[in-house]
Ligand binder design. Structure first.
Ligand code: CS2
Ligand code: MN
Length: 358
């Protein structure tokens, strides 16, 4: 296991690399060029500068999260070929600076979705939460208006009014999208990029949909063991792999995380792991708890052990943390709770490793 930490870049992250390097066990950052619009090529010079900046702090840049996939590719529009060409160019530039894994997702329109960004917990910390009922109430046909209250404020956390308007437009384009068609579009993308991933020696690692069920009538397909199998079978190559995000997949209680981890890690198809915990409040309601098993609903020991027992040698990062010790900023991405999560994961790993040697 190689422990890494997400960093959004100097301009977008309050946490300096100087702090990240002080977290015990962290060997590198998972980063991206946040300002490049989706679909455009990531310039080589920018990437070289990024690499130098990170390496100056003794850290590596071997994992990128995310190179986002343009909506036209997901929709299967004719223009997708241009965006795919650009994607491949970006992959090539990333390979040149030594990147080994690209994390991306194929969620239509939205990335992760939460209904609360700052739910206060009993201990005074704040965290993100999801209430399914609230999401079900939203009419996707009237998307922009649904989320803007009378005072003009956006009620859905994390979205600006501009972005909501844009989303309404994009949503319209999905009106005749079926799951079957969506799978075909995924296959088209894989058929186009995986041969280059092989050539550039860069592992592609799709992130599961979060939450792992359809929302707003949109297909969401990277959601379960069966669907991950289907995805991996679309292009059988070690370069076509997954990011195993426990918090995303685990939000569906039917997903047996240790079993899924073992199955796909043993086949060498997990290249990157996001390890975090969550606490269920109802069937599809949860909040993101501290990483410890006893704070949430997952058995983190069994999760880490599943990776260990499969001989997993990929990259791992702690995922969303709570806001603690007065910290503010990007929800889920404070320094303190993620650092605690990182050392907890390391602790579990060391214990499992030593126990298994004796
Ligand atoms: C991440 C995702 O912050 C998060 O919730 O796990 O946004 C992830 O970066 C993307 O889905 C990967 O493409
Ligand atoms: Mn994740």
């Amino acid at each position: 296991m190689k422990l890494v930490f997400r960093w959004f870049g100097k301009e977008y992250d309050k946490i300096p690399l100087e702090y990240i390097r002080q977290i015990p066990g962290i060997t590198g950052v998972v980063t991206s060029l946040m300002d490049i619009p989706v679909g455009e090529v990531w310039p080589q010079e920018r990437l070289k500068a990024l690499k130098e900046e990170v390496e100056r702090q003794g850290l590596k840049v071997e994992v990128i999260e995310s190179v986002n996939v343009h909506e036209d590719i997901k929709l299967g529009e004719p223009s997708r070929d241009i965006y795919i060409e650009n994607y491949i160019e970006t992959m090539k530039n990333l390979a040149q600076i030594g990147v080994k894994v690209i994390c991306y997702n194929f969620m239509p329109v939205f990335d992760w979705l939460r209904t609360e960004l700052e739910r206060p917990l009993e201990d005074g910390s704040r965290t993100m939460a999801y209430r399914h009922e609230m999401v079900m109430k939203i009419d996707p046909k009237n998307f922009a208006n649904e989320f803007i209250d009378q005072s003009g404020d956006v009620e859905l956390p994390g979205w600006e009014p501009e972005r909501l308007k844009e989303i309404s437009e994009t949503l319209k384009k999905y009106s005749d999208m079926t799951e079957e068609k969506y799978w075909r579009n995924i296959k088209y993308f894989l058929d186009s990029i995986i041969p280059y991933a092989e050539k550039f020696d860069i592992k592609m690692a799709i992130h599961p949909d979060d939450p792992p069920w359809p929302i707003f009538g949109l297909p969401r397909v990277i959601t379960s063991r069966e669907n991950i199998r289907k995805f991996l079978d679309l292009y059988k190559s070690p370069y076509n792999g997954i990011t195993l995000c426990t918090g995303s997949l685990g939000a569906d209680r039917r997903n047996d995380l240790p079993a899924i981890i073992k199955e796909f890690a043993k086949e060498g198809r997990i290249h990157f792991a996001h390890i975090r915990n969550l606490k269920f409040e109802a069937e599809k309601d949860f909040y993101e708890s501290a990483h410890l098993s006893k704070c949430g609903s997952f058995d983190m020991f069994e999760i880490v052990k599943a990776f260990y027992d499969s001989g997993f040698d990929g990259y791992v990062r702690p995922d969303h943390g709570r806001m603690i010790w007065g910290e503010t900023g990007r929800p889920g991405y404070g320094l303190y709770d993620r650092a605690l999560g990182a050392t907890y994961i390391m602790g579990l790993w060391e214990a499992i490793d030593k126990m298994s040697r004796n």
